[in-house]
Design a protein around this ligand. Structure first.
Ligand SMILES: [Mg+2]
Length: 375
């Protein structure tokens, strides 16, 4: 199997409802979808979702760099040249983890197809499925309770609530959720760097009895001392998210015991290969991992779920990035699936996802293509 051609499609898929977190409000999935074609008729897919606030990447720059890199480096290449490709990606696309993620994912999709094995199996086939979690953005108390009630009614059992703008309101929202909707469903909180260490410690003290499963990234990513201080003090497990990027960024967190667990996202670390390394590094330090996501299409979500279900140290998933999208790039019944509060994968080699070329075409983002051509 040799790669014959590579093509990058800038895609914009609207969300049905806007999503507010501590640093921004999101209304669409803004992604770059990569297709690799081989000389024996296979197609491998991957996705880059650059998010400036998380990885510092600029989407137009990533589009340009990714398009150039794949055109120059992949035609004629054997997808199993794993170390050569990894080193070239890390050297040439340093600072662009989402671009590396798209390439790494598409290469794994091809390897799986060549071997007749799913990416979940190649990763280690630890589990057949995981409890799904669905996220609620920052909104008023009454709206938060209504939305959680409707998610529970729809079958979700794990709910993540975004916090981080107002301490008193956050405490009130969590208490209202527990008082009105009970405690028989796991509740995750995510502050997206919104608090100071002092505020975060006050928050964890005030929420100590509310059966919160964990709190993600309560303080700014760069403040590892603050994160470690909150972790030492907190009765609720603290999860490092924005502070964990590539494997090198995890080392000081492990050394300082700056968190109880970590949130690994393929877009932050550079794809399934780096995500697997992060999950195993955390395991070696006795730290649990979850696999999270950005607002990604089902290409990226299927890759994340394949890693999550492959590796034993992934104890939680937060892979709801495509649930609310107005369109779907994947054919129904292929790739990542959801039923009865759980996520699992349809059977099939590689990602096991059939990408619909017409869906890619109708969601093309002409503005980005035009901007980059004009520069
Ligand atoms: Mg998070």
């Amino acid at each position: 199997m040799r790669i014959r051609s590579a093509e990058v499609f800038p895609v914009r898929i609207p969300k049905r409802t806007a999503f507010r977190v501590a640093y921004a409000t999101r209304t669409a999935c803004l992604s770059l979808v990569l297709r690799l074609a081989t000389d024996d008729g296979h197609a491998g897919w991957g996705e880059a979702v650059p998010v400036k606030e998380v990885t510092g990447e600029d989407r137009a720059e990533v589009y340009r760099a990714l398009s150039q890199w794949v055109a120059l480096n992949l035609p004629g290449r054997d997808p199993f040249d794993r170390e050569g490709l990894r080193q070239a990606l890390e050297r040439d696309l340093a600072g662009m983890p989402s671009a590396r993620c798209a390439v790494d994912t598409a290469l794994w999709d091809l390897r799986g197809q060549a071997l007749g094995r799913s990416l979940r199996q190649l990763m280690g086939q630890a589990r057949p499925s995981h409890w799904a979690s669905a996220s609620i953005g920052i909104k008023g108390l009454e709206e938060t309770v209504q939305e959680a009630a409707s998610l529970l009614e729809r079958g979700f059992r794990h709910i993540k609530v975004k916090i981080g703008l107002d301490l008193d309101e956050d405490v009130a929202r969590v208490k209202a959720l527990r008082q009105r909707l009970g405690t028989d469903w796991p509740l995750y909180l995510d502050a997206n760097q919104g608090y100071t260490p002092a505020q975060a410690m006050e928050l964890t003290t005030r929420l100590a009895g509310e059966q919160v499963e964990f709190i993600e990234q309560p303080v700014p990513a760069a403040d590892l001392d603050g994160l470690a201080q909150v972790t030492r003090h907190s009765p609720i497990p603290i999860c490092a998210d924005e502070a964990v990027k590539d494997p090198a960024s995890l080392i000081p967190i492990l050394e300082r015991r700056a968190a109880h667990m970590i949130n690994v996202k393929l877009q932050k670390c550079g794809g399934p290969s780096a995500a697997a390394l992060l999950v195993r590094m955390a395991e070696a330090a006795g730290m649990r991992a979850m696999i999270g996501c950005m607002i990604e299409s089902r290409v990226g979500i299927t890759a994340g779920l394949s890693v999550a279900l492959g590796l034993a140290n992934v104890h939680y998933i937060d892979l709801d990035g495509a649930f609310d999208l107005a369109d779907d790039l994947g054919a129904p019944g292929t790739g990542a699936q959801y039923a009865d509060g759980r996520q699992f994968l349809a059977e099939g080699p590689g990602l096991g996802l059939t990408v619909d070329p017409q869906a890619v075409q109708r969601n093309l983002d002409p503005d980005l293509e035009l901007n980059v051509r004009q520069e």
